[in-house]
Structures are given as structure tokens and as C-alpha cells.
Design a protein around this ligand. Structure first.
Ligand code: AMP
Length: 318
């Protein structure tokens, strides 16, 4: 089947405009139009024709500078002759909270314009029904790295994540896939899944992109009220203050955790709550009993129902 250059015609003008901007800003590596595909057979056919290597960036959309940094990294890995693909899919099976799923932002036109601006070759925007049969019953489960942090507080979340990521790997057969270190436990789990299931894809992590006040960029930040947004830098500030204790050579996890908890809760606004705060091993994601080399101080906090995650690595100078 011959692909029309844009399968979502209503979005054509915004993508064309972004394409025009990209070409004249010198950001676009090729004049080939960006493909936007929703159907699996179309995707398989298009993927088979994409120049290799292929680097994939899986997202749930509502793209921000953090996602764009991943796309730039994907382009670097694929090279100017290779291909970059982005998937935009709000994966329902990884949401443990229906309200969170219902309120997840979906600015598809803006997302496509950003992808075009970044020189993406193919965007995959599937419908739920094309990825999950009504009686789908196969999930990817991991049993060790999921015991703490989001794995403990969001039951079923990582089964949903690993399942969709493996499905995307199967559909795209990418040479490379890029994920944010912001979702540190997710990245560790994807690396473990790829190793354990012998998938040939190379996984690359990208450092967390932050706002000037330190808040990690997140698609959920737009849901914060102005007052909550102004307050939210307490999260990275509290983690940084605790991390700074490492200069004393402190090895006791409680010292770091107490420091971070005290600052997180200090004059916190109504509706603020800590979901978890843990100090874990970067590889095993299990709590450490003593900080010997490096450990990850990770938290999830609520502003009302809006849940934000962040983490920092504590390193003891040897
Ligand atoms: P999401 O759309 O939230 O599922 O995120 C898609 C990818 O973008 C994941 O690999 C995230 O870890 C990554 N990501 C999200 N926020 C950031 C950020 N602030 N900095 C770097 N990567 C991010």
C-alpha cells in the first residue's frame, strides 16, 4: 500500500508549517516528510522501509523539552542517514488510577509539530483497540526490581509499562531505544527486561531535563495550580540538600532520608504528601542498609491528586 505523506489530514497544515520552519532553521536532516501512522499493518510496512539504524523514543505524548532531548539523542544515535521514530500512546494498562488516565493531557497537534521540528521520520499514534485485543491476557512481569518505589505504590503499573515497551520493540525492531533517567526505576526495568528476554535493542538513558528552578519536566506539571507549581521546587531542593550531606562521608541511610523528609514537609501546602521516599541501590532498586559507593534517593510526592517523581544519585567519594 502506498502511504499518503500524512495519514491524519486534519493535522497536515500544522505539520507542514513545522516542517517549513525546520528546513529553514537548518534543523531538519532530510526533506522526506514525517510519516504519521496509527494502524499496525501500515506501521509494519513503513518500518520495513525505514533506513537503518532505527532509534525509537516511546512516549505518552504531551511532549516537552525532556522528550525533545531524547529525540535529539535518538538522532545522534541513528545518525543523519538512519531513522528516528517516536510513539505517542497513553497506555491505559499502566494506569492504576482511572482519574489520572482520564486527565492525562493529549495535545496531539502540538506533539506532531514538535516531532516534525526535531526531524522525526515516523510518529506512531495507535488507538487502544489496535494494540490491545479486548481479551488480551499476556503481560510482562518483573519480580525483583519492582518491589520498591513506584513498583510498590502503583500495583500493576510496571507490568503495563513493560508490556507496552516490549510490544513497541516487537513492532519497530529498533536498533536503539532512548528513555529518560527521570523514570529511573522504569529505565532499570527496561534494561532488565531486554537482558532477561534477549531482545537485541540497545537501551540508552538520558539525564533528567529540569526547569530553571530544578523541577523535573513532566507532562503532569501543567496540571499543577500556579501556587503548586511555585512550591514544587521543594522536591528537587530537598533531594539536593540531602545529597549534599555526602561530602561528610555519611553512610547512614536514615540521615539522608530524615533530611529529605524534613525539608519536603517543611511548611508544605495543604494537599502535599509524600507517597514514598527511599534510598535504594541503583542496580537492584532495593533499599540500602549502608551507603558505600552510590545510592539513589528517590521520591514520589502528591500535590492533591497530581503525583510527581524525582530522584538524585548520592555518591561517596572513595
Ligand atoms: P512519558 O511520556 O512521560 O511516558 O515519557 C516518555 C519518555 O520521556 C520516558 O523515557 C521518560 O523517562 C522521558 N522523560 C520524561 N520526562 C523527562 C525529563 N524531564 N527529562 C528527560 N526525560 C524525560
Amino acid at each position: 500500500m502506498t502511504e499518503p505523506p500524512f495519514s491524519l489530514w486534519s493535522l497536515r497544515s500544522v505539520v507542514e508549517e513545522a516542517l517549513f520552519q525546520s528546513i529553514f532553521s537548518g534543523a531538519f536532516h532530510t526533506l522526506a516528510p514525517m510519516k504519521i501512522l496509527s494502524d499496525l499493518p501500515d506501521l509494519r510496512e513503513a518500518v520495513a522501509r525505514l533506513p537503518r539504524p532505527l532509534a525509537l523514543v516511546p512516549t505518552m505524548g504531551a511532549l516537552h523539552s525532556g522528550h525533545c532531548a531524547l529525540i535529539k539523542e535518538a538522532r545522534r544515535l541513528a545518525g543523519p542517514e538512519g531513522s528516528v521514530a517516536v510513539s505517542i500512546f497513553v497506555n491505559p494498562i499502566q494506569f492504576d488510577d482511572a482519574a489520572d488516565l482520564g486527565s492525562y493531557p493529549c495535545p496531539l497537534e502540538d506533539d506532531l509539530a514538535q516531532c516534525s521540528q526535531e526531524g522525526v521520520d515516523l510518529v506512531f499514534t495507535p488507538e487502544k483497540g489496535s494494540l490491545y485485543a479486548p481479551n488480551h491476557s499476556t503481560l510482562v512481569t518483573e519480580s525483583q526490581l519492582t518491589r520498591h518505589l513506584c513498583g510498590a505504590t502503583r500495583p500493576g503499573h510496571f507490568e503495563g509499562v513493560l508490556t507496552i515497551v516490549l510490544k513497541l520493540f516487537n513492532l519497530f525492531q529498533p536498533d536503539q531505544a532512548v528513555f529518560g533517567d527521570k523514570d529511573f526505576q522504569q529505565l532499570a526495568l527496561i534494561r532488565r527486561m531486554v537482558r532477561d528476554l534477549n531482545h537485541p535493542v540497545q537501551i540508552t538513558g538520558h539525564p533528567t531535563v529540569r526547569e530553571p528552578d530544578g523541577l523535573a519536566l513532566s507532562s503532569r506539571n501543567v496540571r499543577l495550580s500556579a501556587a503548586q507549581r511555585a512550591d514544587a521546587s521543594r522536591i528537587p531542593r530537598s533531594l539536593r540538600a540531602a545529597r549534599d550531606l555526602a561530602v561528610t562521608g555519611e553512610q547512614n541511610p536514615s540521615v539522608y532520608l530524615d533530611s529529605a523528609r524534613t525539608r519536603l514537609l517543611d511548611a508544605a501546602p495543604d494537599g502535599f504528601a509524600i507517597d514514598y521516599l527511599e534510598l535504594v541501590d541503583p542496580e537492584t532498586v532495593q533499599p540500602v542498609s549502608k551507603v558505600t559507593d552510590s545510592a539513589v534517593l528517590a521520591t514520589a510526592c502528591f500535590y492533591d491528586e497530581i503525583r510527581l517523581i524525582d530522584h538524585l544519585t548520592i555518591r561517596l567519594k572513595g
